[in-house]
Design a protein around this ligand. Structure first.
Ligand SMILES: Nc1nc2c(c(=O)[nH]1)N[C@H]1C(S)=C(S)[C@@H](COP(=O)(O)OP(=O)(O)OC[C@H]3O[C@@H](n4cnc5c(=O)[nH]c(N)nc54)[C@H](O)[C@@H]3O)O[C@H]1N2
Ligand SMILES: Nc1nc2c(c(=O)[nH]1)N[C@H]1C(S)=C(S)[C@@H](COP(=O)(O)OP(=O)(O)OC[C@H]3O[C@@H](n4cnc5c(=O)[nH]c(N)nc54)[C@H](O)[C@@H]3O)O[C@H]1N2
Ligand code: SF4
Ligand SMILES: [Mo]
Length: 694
C-alpha cells in the first residue's frame, strides 16, 4: 500500500460547505474526516458527508456515458454522447426554436452558474429548478421587499432565536450549518420554535408554538398585530425605512389574535408572549425554513417574516438577520450571462406572464413545463437536459412529471445513478461527485464565503458537471473556456487570485459591514423596505401581504375532508437522506431502511394501526405505502410523511418509483400555487390512512 495523502476540500452531499480532509491512498479515497479549520463546519461532518466514499465507489454507479437503443442502455464514448445531444438540440432549435428545450436542475448544487450560462447562450428561457418552492422563492420575495436575502447572523450573538419552520440540526440548510446555530444558542439565547411537530428543538424551546401546518403567514400577522398594538416596533426604523407603514399597520390590524388563534390553532396568549419575546429581546434572529415557502402563501409569508425582522430593527443589525458582504469575485449571475438571453426569447418563457416573480429570478415552475409537453400549449417542449434532479420523485404530482418526461422527444440526464428519472432518458451522462471536482464552492450562497472544493480523485470516465456544460456548450458554438480551471480563474479574477492560489488559501470571506441601509438605503424602487410592494402593485397583485387559506384544507374543503379527514404534511427531512438521494448507500439505508409516516397514537388507534405497520396513505390524487411511526408530538389531525422514496434495489420494477413516493399524492394545480412564484403546495394536503398488508 502506498502512502496516505491528505487533501483539503469541501463537501457537497447536501447544499454543501463543510470542510473535509480526504485521505487518499493508491489513487482511491479511503475515508473523509471533518476539517477543524473550516469556518463553516468547525470540524463536524454529518452522516451523508461521512458516507461519501460509499457514494463515490458504489457498485451501481454509472462510470461511462450511456445511450439508449433497442436493446436498452449501451456504453458510448463522451464524444458520441455529447455529439448526440448537440445534434438533437440543433435539430429542435431549427424546427421549433430554442425555447422548445427545457434545461433543468434540482436543489442548489453549485453548478447553476454553468447550467444557466449554457441555457442563456442556447437561448432558452425555460429553466426548471426547485427554486419555485425552495430558497430562490425566498430570495425573490426578499429582493422585491428589501433588496436582498437577510440571513441569520449567528456569530453576532443573537439573544433571542426564532426557529420558524426549520430543523437545522438535521438539515443544515441554506447558508449555515446547524453547528453555528447551536453555538449561538448555547451562549444562552432565548428560543422560540414555530413548528407543528415536536422535534429536538421544540423540546428545548422557551416557547413552542404548535401551529396548524401552512398557517405561518397568519401567525406572522398575529405577531405583527401584537407588535403594532403594543408599539414594540423600532420607531426610528419604521419612520425612515418602511414603505407604506400606515397601510401595512392597517392590514395587520385586520388580524386580531382571536382570529389568528382560530386559523393557526395556537392559543392567543402564547402568540402574544412569543411576539413580545421576539420584539423586546435584542438582538433577535429569525431562521426561516422551507415549509414557509411550500404553500400558496409562499411570497406573502416571506414578506411578512421580513416585515418582522424589519420593524423590530433586526434587519442588517449584528446578531439579527443581515446582508452578508460577498468576497470580491464574479457572481453566479455574471458568469451565467443572464443579460445575454435575448428579450425576444425571455418573453417566450413558459408561465412568464402569470408567475412574474419566478420569471424575475429566471425560472419556471414545473407545472408549465409538464403542460407544454403534454398539451403542446402555448407551444410544445420537445427536448430536455436534466442535471442532478429526480422530478419523478421530488416534484408535486409525480405521475404527471413521469408522463411528461416520458413524452419528450429527447431527454438527456446527468446523474450518478440510473434513477427513475434517468431511466426515461435517451442519453445518460455520468457526473463526478464532489470528490471529483474543482470548483469555487458556495458562491451562490449569501453568507459571505467562497470555498475551495478541489479534486481529490478521478473515477471511471465521470466528469464534473461544470465540464459537461463547458464541453456541450462548445459543441453548440457557445463561448466557454478551454478547461474548467480556466473558467475558475475568470470567476476569481476580481479577487486577484488564480484558482491555484485560491486552492491554497482554502476560502475567502467578504469584509462584513452592518447597517448598510443607513448609507445606501435598500435596493428597492423606493429605497425602503417595501412592506407595501410597488412591484407587486405594478403586477396587479395585492401590494400588502395577507394569509390565504390553503385550497385543500379542512377549512376550505369540508366536503373533501369528509373522505380525507387528515392534513398531510410531507417532506420532513431526515439526517441520512438528501431528498431522493442516498437510498442505495449501505451505511445510510441501514439507519432508515424504509419510509416512515408519523401518526398520533390516538389517530392510529382509530384505524387499528400499530407501530411498524404498513399504512396506505391516500389523497384525491393517489395512494402509497409507508410504515407507521407513532408520535405524540404531532396533532392528532395531522399526518407527517417522508418524501423522496424509491427503491434502487428493485431494478426490474421501475425501482419502485410509485410505491412510497409521497409526491404521487401532492398537487400541482395552478389554483394550489403561489400566484407570483408558482410555489407548489407540498405541506398541506388532505389525506386518509388505513392499515395495509405487507
Ligand atoms: N413532497 C415533498 N417533495 C419535496 C420536498 C418536500 O418537502 N416534500 N422538498 C422539495 C425541495 S425543498 C427540493 S429543493 C427538491 C429537491 O429536488 P431534487 O434536487 O430533484 O432532488 P434530489 O433527490 O436531491 O436530487 C436528484 C438527483 O441529483 C443527483 N445528484 C446529486 N449530486 C449531484 C451532482 O453533483 N451532480 C449531478 N449531476 N447529480 C447529482 C442525485 O443522485 C439524485 O438522483 O425536492 C422537493 N421535493
Ligand atoms: N438531511 C437532509 N438535509 C437537507 C435536505 C434533505 O433532504 N435531507 N434537504 C435540503 C433542502 S433542499 C432544504 S430546502 C432544507 C430544508 O430544511 P428545513 O427548512 O429545516 O426543512 P424541513 O426539515 O422540511 O422542516 C423544518 C421544520 O418545519 C416543520 N414544519 C413542517 N411543516 C410546517 C409548517 O407548515 N409550518 C411550520 N412553521 N413548520 C413546519 C417540520 O416539522 C420541521 O421540524 O433542507 C436541506 N437539507
Ligand atoms: S451537512 Fe453533511 S452533507 Fe452537508 S456539507 Fe456538511 S457533511 Fe456534507
Ligand atoms: Mo429545498
Amino acid at each position: 500500500m502506498g502512502a496516505v495523502r491528505k487533501i483539503r476540500t469541501a463537501c457537497r452531499s447536501c447544499h454543501g460547505g463543510c470542510g473535509v480532509i480526504a485521505h487518499v491512498q493508491d489513487g482511491k479515497v479511503r475515508k473523509v474526516e471533518g476539517d477543524p479549520a473550516s469556518p463553516i463546519s468547525h470540524g463536524t461532518l454529518c452522516s451523508k458527508g461521512l458516507a461519501a466514499t460509499q457514494l463515490a465507489y458504489h457498485p451501481d454507479r454509472i462510470l461511462y456515458p450511456l445511450k439508449k437503443g433497442d436493446g436498452g442502455w449501451k456504453r458510448v464514448t463522451w464524444d458520441e454522447a455529447l455529439n448526440t445531444v448537440a445534434a438533437k438540440f440543433r435539430e429542435v432549435i431549427a424546427a421549433h426554436g430554442a425555447e422548445s428545450i427545457v434545461i433543468g436542475q434540482g436543489t442548489g448544487r453549485d453548478y447553476e452558474s454553468h447550467l444557466y450560462r449554457f441555457a442563456n447562450l442556447l437561448g432558452t428561457p425555460n429553466v426548471l429548478t426547485a427554486g419555485h418552492m425552495c430558497y430562490v422563492s425566498r430570495v425573490g420575495a426578499t429582493l422585491i421587499t428589501c433588496g436582498n436575502l437577510p440571513v441569520s447572523d449567528w456569530s453576532g450573538d443573537p439573544r433571542c432565536i426564532v426557529m420558524w419552520a426549520c430543523n437545522p440540526q438535521w438539515t443544515n440548510p441554506d447558508e449555515h450549518k446547524g453547528v453555528d446555530f447551536w453555538r449561538a444558542y448555547k451562549k444562552g439565547a432565548r428560543l422560540v420554535v414555530i413548528d407543528p411537530r415536536k422535534g429536538f428543538l421544540a423540546d428545548k424551546a422557551d416557547l413552542w408554538l404548535q401551529l396548524r401546518p401552512g398557517t405561518d403567514a397568519a401567525l406572522a400577522l398575529g405577531f405583527l398585530n401584537v407588535i403594532v398594538a403594543e408599539e414594540l416596533y423600532d420607531k426610528e426604523f419604521v419612520e425612515n425605512y418602511i414603505n407604506g407603514w400606515e397601510a401595512f399597520k392597517e392590514r395587520v390590524r385586520q388580524y386580531p389574535l382571536e382570529k389568528v388563534a382560530e386559523i393557526t390553532w395556537v392559543e392567543k396568549d402564547l402568540i402574544r408572549k412569543a411576539a413580545r419575546m421576539y420584539a423586546t429581546t435584542k438582538p433577535a434572529s429569525l431562521q426561516w425554513g422551507v415549509p414557509t415557502e411550500q404553500t400558496l402563501n409562499c411570497t406573502d409569508c416571506t414578506r411578512l417574516l421580513t416585515g418582522l425582522m424589519a420593524v423590530t430593527g433586526n434587519l442588517d443589525a449584528p446578531g439579527g438577520n443581515v446582508f452578508f458582504v460577498p468576497p470580491p469575485v464574479r457572481t453566479v449571475s455574471q458568469f451565467a450571462r443572464h443579460r445575454d438571453l435575448p428579450a425576444e426569447q425571455r418573453n417566450k418563457q413558459l408561465g412568464g406572464d402569470r408567475y412574474k416573480l419566478a420569471s424575475r429570478v429566471a425560472l419556471i415552475t414545473p407545472k408549465v413545463a409538464w403542460d407544454a409537453i403534454l398539451t403542446g400549449k402555448p407551444y410544445p417542449l420537445k427536448a430536455g437536459l436534466l442535471c442532478g434532479t429526480n422530478p419523478v420523485i421530488t416534484r408535486a404530482n409525480a405521475r404527471e412529471a413521469y408522463e411528461a418526461l416520458k413524452k419528450l422527444d429527447f431527454l438527456a440526464v446527468i446523474d450518478f445513478f440510473l434513477t427513475p428519472t434517468a431511466e426515461l432518458a435517451d442519453i445518460f451522462l455520468p457526473a463526478g461527485t464532489w470528490l471529483e471536482q474543482n470548483h469555487v464552492a458556495d458562491n451562490w450562497k449569501r453568507h459571505g464565503y467562497i470555498l475551495a472544493r478541489q479534486k481529490v480523485v478521478e473515477i471511471g470516465e465521470c466528469w464534473q458537471d461544470h465540464k459537461i456544460f463547458l464541453e456541450l456548450g462548445k459543441r453548440m458554438g457557445q463561448e466557454w473556456w478551454d478547461t474548467v480551471e480556466d473558467a475558475l480563474d475568470y470567476l476569481l479574477e476580481p479577487s486577484g487570485l488564480t484558482w491555484e492560489q485560491f486552492k491554497e488559501a482554502g476560502y475567502l470571506k467578504g469584509e462584513q459591514v452592518y447597517h448598510k441601509y443607513r448609507e445606501k438605503g435598500f435596493s428597492t424602487p423606493t429605497g425602503k423596505v417595501e412592506l407595501y410592494s410597488t412591484i407587486l402593485e405594478k403586477w396587479g397583485h395585492d401590494p400588502l401581504p395577507k394569509y390565504t387559506e390553503i385550497p385543500e384544507s379542512p377549512v376550505s374543503r369540508p366536503d373533501l375532508a369528509a373522505k380525507y379527514p387528515y392534513i398531510l404534511n410531507t417532506g420532513l427531512r431526515i439526517p441520512t437522506f438528501f431528498h431522493s438521494a442516498n437510498r442505495m448507500i449501505p451505511w445510510l439505508r441501514e439507519i432508515r431502511p424504509e419510509p416512515l409516516v408519523e401518526i398520533h397514537p390516538q389517530t392510529a388507534q382509530k384505524h387499528g394501526i400499530e407501530e411498524g405497520d404498513w399504512v396506505e396513505i391516500a389523497s384525491p390524487r393517489g395512494r402509497v405505502k409507508q410504515r407507521a411511526k407513532l408520535n405524540e408530538g404531532i396533532d392528532p389531525r395531522v399526518v407527517v410523511a417522508e418524501h423522496g422514496w424509491w427503491y434502487p434495489e428493485l431494478k426490474d420494477a421501475g425501482h419502485g418509483w410509485d410505491r412510497a413516493n409521497i409526491n404521487l399524492l401532492t398537487d400541482n394545480s395552478h389554483a394550489s400555487m403561489d400566484p407570483v412564484m408558482g410555489a407548489t403546495n407540498l405541506r398541506v394536503l388532505l389525506c386518509n390512512i388505513a392499515r395495509a398488508e405487507e
